[in-house]
Design a protein around this ligand. Structure first.
Ligand code: IVH
Length: 676
């Protein structure tokens, strides 16, 4: 077929897709069955895969994620709705528990009590109760702000509208899962593709009368904000939920030790088929609320909970080709293009091969028959090769020694800590010299966690790049809108929306800005630490000029690796240019300094030696929770050196020389217990 005909056919399909979507979301009507809808969607995706010139911003390949629908008011959660880390096997669970024991400074033989709860595959919701009355219900949204779907949630009979129990907190967010039973779903199969979509679609209806007709269920399992909650464990909380009139899962169970978690996982996995609702794993939570509080959160997930997913689905397919993808940090990732196979209801045609070492270890070759696994939301990967089916003329795959995008040499970093070379090979070119890296950098810059430019997706970046509209992040703020308006798939309205969201993104917090730059080893957490330390964008820009990074070593969590990477980033001329161009257009307010009112306010600490009954990690987090600061070496800025068992004598001596107060663990605890 001629390119122009293909384009025409593609546009026609996109228009149809849009029409069905519009009807469905705005007018609640399905013009075709879900199977037909899925078929159309797959046809569009297949066309895009075969012809790289096909791009359209209304393509189903761009409409992913749970962007709150514009029909609902957005409301900030009083306490963010975070996600959970995943475990796939016993080793993952053992590591999860090990980390907990280490953090709490407990011995290996210590037993942790867990609350095990089936993880229902539905839509989470947060219900705000004031004086026992259900006043507002929010969807998860992006975790920080959700959609106000109160009216729709009110139609669910499992959700109590008024709670009279005396021990019900004055103000509390009750959180749980909205879902639909499989037996109910059967009756509406032709409208939705699976029960989860049915629940989600129903909750997002504009007209609550339509939601009302759908038999949605609600199971409660946790809380967000809570005033004067006197309950001390998750299992007790679940009991209370029941007594307050909420539905809880009858398979919730208190379990001690990871061994028993594994056997419960097996038991439920077998029972799964008989249940009338879909579960995709089990959530394990440290039962004791006190321990939960001590453990706290790392990045986006709690340290005290994990989701143990049910085993992966796998299928067999053939490797058609091995392509090398280049990531933002230059990492070369081999990806197997495989003959499309259906794995657990999803058509898979790409599977990651991880890195060069993995290919060599498994001797993976083009033409091989392989087992591909897809577990949860994780990218499908090749787990094994069927050597017996290999053709005699098959050739070993040689990993490219040059970057396939820019031709630069590729390198494997040497890790000083492990004394080993990285498994990952990287393109050695810096900054924006390598085209693929540059595109990935821009995608990162606009991503949700960075500048968060609504409606500016990855495909748009690729499209603008190929049209030479974009080369550097700063180009985003100088777009030629006239030119864009004339591109296929763009119109007045969409260009205006883009303009507005770009303008909105010009005001960005310092941590997001630092994160957006895509400095290697500076993820969200480290960017936050840097922003808290530097306080103003000016200080950051100053740093980029002076490269005087010594003081950064005082930030707990920032180490040599990060500092090296920052210096490296600032040594690149193009990076500096990007930085200064961005400085001209962006408005970066000073960092909001978090919680500066604790008892250790304005005090700096350093630890040496082992403390009794508390791990280093927890001691540090306690100091930070109370507004204190941790330094990682003894210098004049240090106020207190906390001396534990078997301290480093050199540190004590330096502290003495500098007249720094040394304190014992008990003295430190006394400081913590003092009320300010
Ligand atoms: S607790 C920080 N408990 O799993 C605690 N979540 O990835 C997070 N989920 O979005 C939530 N059953 O939709 C929790 N018993 C349960 C759950 C559960 C299902 C879902 C929930 C959340 C996701 C976490």
């Amino acid at each position: 077929m001629k390119d122009s005909l293909i384009k025409k056919e593609y546009s026609r399909k996109i228009k149809l897709f849009q029409k069905y979507n519009r009807e469905y979301y705005n007018n609640n009507t399905s013009l075709i069955s879900d199977q037909e809808f899925d078929l159309l969607k797959n046809e569009i995706l297949d066309l895009e895969k075969s012809y790289s010139f096909l791009k359209n911003k209304n393509s189903p390949s761009l409409s992913i994620g749970s962007i709150p629908s514009k029909n609902f008011k957005k409301v900030k959660h009083r306490v963010p709705m975070l996600s959970l880390g995943n475990a796939f096997n016993e080793t993952d669970l053992i590591n999860f528990e090990k980390k907990i024991l280490n953090f709490l400074s407990l011995g290996k033989s210590e037993e942790i009590v867990y609350s095990a709860e089936p993880k229902i595959d539905g839509i989470s919701a947060s219900l705000l109760y004031k004086d026992g009355v259900f006043v507002q219900g929010l969807s998860r949204g992006n975790g920080v702000e959700g959609e106000d779907i109160t009216k729709n949630l009110k139609t669910i009979s499992d959700i109590p509208k008024k709670i009279l129990a005396e021990n019900f907190p004055k103000s509390i967010d009750i959180r749980g899962e909205v879902f639909i039973k499989n037996s109910d779903f059967k009756l509406m199969k032709d409208k939705f593709s699976n029960p989860r979509n049915a629940a989600s679609g129903s909750l997002r209806q504009k007209d609550p009368n339509i939601t009302k007709k759908i038999p949605l269920k609600f199971i409660a399992y946790t809380f967000g904000y809570a005033e004067n909650l006197t309950i001390s464990s998750q299992s007790d909380f679940l009991k209370n939920l029941k007594s307050w009139g909420f539905q809880t899962n009858k398979f919730n169970k208190k379990i001690i030790s990871t061994k028993n978690l594994v056997s419960y996982h097996k038991e439920l996995d077998e029972k799964r088929k008989e249940l009338d609702f879909d579960i995709d794993g089990i959530v394990y939570k440290v039962n004791d609320f006190n321990l939960q509080k001590r453990l706290g959160f790392a990045a986006n997930a709690p340290r005290w909970a994990i989701a143990h997913k049910f085993s992966a689905n796998s299928s067999i397919s053939e490797i058609i080709n091995i392509e090398i993808q280049i990531g933002r940090t230059g990492a070369l990732t081999p990806v197997a293009k495989i003959k499309p196979v259906n794995i657990g209801g999803v058509i898979v045609s790409n599977a990651t091969l991880h890195n060069e070492d993995e290919i060599n270890r498994k001797d993976i070759r083009v033409g091989d028959i392989v087992t591909v696994e897809r577990a949860g939301d994780v990218i499908p990967h090749v787990i094994s090769v069927d050597q017996k089916k290999r053709k005699i003329n098959s050739k070993k795959f040689f990993f490219p020694k040059k970057c396939p995008s820019c031709g630069s040499k590729t390198v494997k970093d040497f890790n000083e800590q492990t004394k080993k070379f990285d498994a990952v090979r990287r393109c050695a070119s810096e900054g924006y010299d390598c085209e693929k890296i540059a595109v990935e950098k821009i995608k990162h810059f606009i991503s949700k966690e960075a500048l968060n430019i609504d409606g500016f997706g990855k495909r748009i970046v690729e499209n603008f790049w190929s049209l030479k509209i974009l080369r550097f992040p700063q180009d985003i703020f100088q777009l030629n809108y006239k030119k864009i308006e004339n591109l296929e798939g763009w119109g007045d309205l969409s260009v205006n929306n883009l303009k507005n969201s770009i303008n909105k993104s010009k005001k960005v917090s310092l941590d997001r800005f630092i994160y957006a730059l895509g400095i290697r080893h500076i993820g969200q957490e480290n960017a936050k630490l840097l922003a808290q330390h530097l306080k103003t964008a000016d200080n950051f820009f100053k740093l980029s000029k002076t490269k005087d990074v010594k003081t950064l070593l005082n930030i707990d969590g920032i180490g040599e690796t990060q500092i090296k990477s920052i210096v490296n980033f600032f040594s690149n001329k193009i990076n500096l240019e990007v930085l200064y161009e961005l400085k001209k257009v962006l408005n970066i307010p000073n960092a909001e300094i978090i919680n500066r009112s604790g008892v250790l306010k304005n005090k700096t600490f350093m630890l040496t030696g082992k403390l009794k009954g508390i791990s280093r990690a927890e001691a540090k987090s306690l100091i930070e929770k109370n507004s204190g600061k941790i330094l990682s070496n003894v210098n004049r800025k240090l106020d207190y050196l906390i001396v534990g068992d078997k301290p480093t004598i050199k540190k004590i001596n330096t502290a003495k020389e500098l007249n720094i107060t040394t304190i014992t663990q008990n003295e430190w605890i006394k400081m913590l217990n003092k009320t300010s």
